[in-house]
Design a protein around this ligand. Structure first.
Ligand SMILES: *[C@@H]1O[C@H](CO)[C@@H](O)[C@H](O)[C@H]1NC(C)=O
Ligand SMILES: *[C@@H]1O[C@H](CO)[C@@H](O)[C@H](O)[C@H]1NC(C)=O
Ligand SMILES: *[C@@H]1O[C@H](CO)[C@@H](O)[C@H](O)[C@H]1NC(C)=O
Length: 345
């Protein structure tokens, strides 16, 4: 299909991520007819767009958050999430779709949409939702002395419901008989297990905190990314199993502990991501900058897959010997010094 990004999106289930690469939707998406022009969306997603054009900027923003966070979490690993760069995400005979990397992409991108839509609700940007006046945190009551529950908490349940309807749609329409759809749906849901955290403000003479006002907000998206990165490390390898008339994903080995709704699951082990293989969407690590003294994934040994590395001198320019001049400016010199830069062969 000519409308698809460089690699065909027919099999690309987190296709809404493609919205991140499109120019701002605010001006262009004034009316619902523009929804049909959006690339990468499934039929039902186009209909959701038509019903809720105003929410699409949040979907785009959620996709941007997800890509940025993915690249942040993986910047010093062999797979650095650059698959999402040109959005050549899942090439036709891709190695990625059933791996734990794909599990992470699904979880972070469904979290991104829930997060961005929720935020837009609290800011009053969406007609259909606002902030949530009702939800008191567990164990607190409005009658606690010196304590006020303020009117505006993030309405995460709206954002989550939107993400479920929008992000899960291509999987649901594919039918949950496919193992891959089951895997994606599970990981989408795991990504949406974001929890609200209470935030309070003190009132009273010089911060004495006689009265506290509290409300609940989402944690910063980096926190969501950190949690999902941990889930990535501990993801469970599963395989499909018929149980009665249903197909379920069960841990591949009985030695693995059962997974929960919060865990990520994947169907096939990842490749080593060492060598470039454009056909399967793997960039390889040749040319990547590595750290000679680190024993971690960013160390030259592991990152370069034992192929060795080149070392070059690079000049870094920094501000230095800064002096404060009365009044009021700071003048600095420019210092140049050489550093060694190592890149994988
Ligand atoms: C918050 O979201 C829930 C679930 O969508 C909805 O029922 C409720 O009305 C929302 N509250 C507000 C104030 O928008
Ligand atoms: C990821 O690695 C590839 C090479 O393997 C590089 O071209 C790309 O710039 C890197 N992306 C990020 C976001 O670091
Ligand atoms: C390289 O790794 C070492 C050890 O982990 C760390 O202390 C150092 O800051 C790293 N250097 C860079 C440039 O990241």
């Amino acid at each position: 299909d000519g409308d698809c990004p460089a690699v065909c999106c027919a099999d690309f289930s987190a296709a809404h991520l493609y919205l991140a690469k499109q120019p701002s939707l605010r001006g262009t998406l004034r009316d619902s007819s523009a929804c049909e022009g959006l690339k990468g969306l499934a039929e039902e997603q186009v209909r959701i767009c038509q019903r809720q054009v105003e929410a699409m900027d949040s979907v785009k923003h959620g996709a941007e958050l997800a890509i940025e966070e993915c690249q942040h979490q993986f910047h010093n690993r062999r797979w650095n999430c650059s698959t999402l760069q040109g959005l050549q995400v899942f090439a036709p005979n891709e190695t990625l779709p059933r791996t734990r990397e794909s599990a992470f992409i699904h979880a972070i991108s469904s979290a991104g949409v829930a997060f961005a839509v929720t935020r837009a609700c609290s800011r009053g940007e969406l007609e259909k939702c606002g902030c949530d006046p009702a939800s008191l945190p567990h164990g607190l009551s409005l009658s606690s002395p010196g304590f006020q529950w303020s009117g505006c908490s993030d309405n995460l349940s709206y954002g989550i419901a939107f993400s479920q309807a929008f992000v899960d749609n291509p999987e649901r329409s594919r039918g949950v008989s496919s193992s891959r759809a089951l895997m994606n749906l599970h990981n989408n849901e795991a990504g949406r297990k974001v929890r609200l955290v209470p935030r309070c403000k003190c009132h009273g003479v010089s911060g004495s905190c006689e009265v506290r006002t509290c409300w609940k907000v989402m944690p910063p998206f980096h926190k969501v990314g950190n949690v999902l990165k941990e889930k990535f490390e501990g993801a469970t390898e599963v395989h499909p199993k018929r149980v009665g008339s249903r197909k379920l994903l069960v841990p591949k080995s009985s030695r693995f502990k059962p997974y929960t709704a919060h865990d990520l699951v994947y169907l096939v082990a990842s490749p080593d991501f060492c060598d470039r293989d454009p056909h399967s969407g793997v960039f390889g690590t040749s040319g990547r900058q590595c750290n000679r003294t680190s024993h971690g994934m960013d160390g030259c040994e592991l990152l370069c897959c034992g192929r060795g590395f080149h070392t070059a001198q690079a000049e870094v320019v920094e501000r230095c010997s800064c002096k404060f001049h009365w009044c009021c400016s700071v003048k600095c010199k420019q210092c140049r010094h050489l550093v060694e830069v190592h890149t994988c062969r």
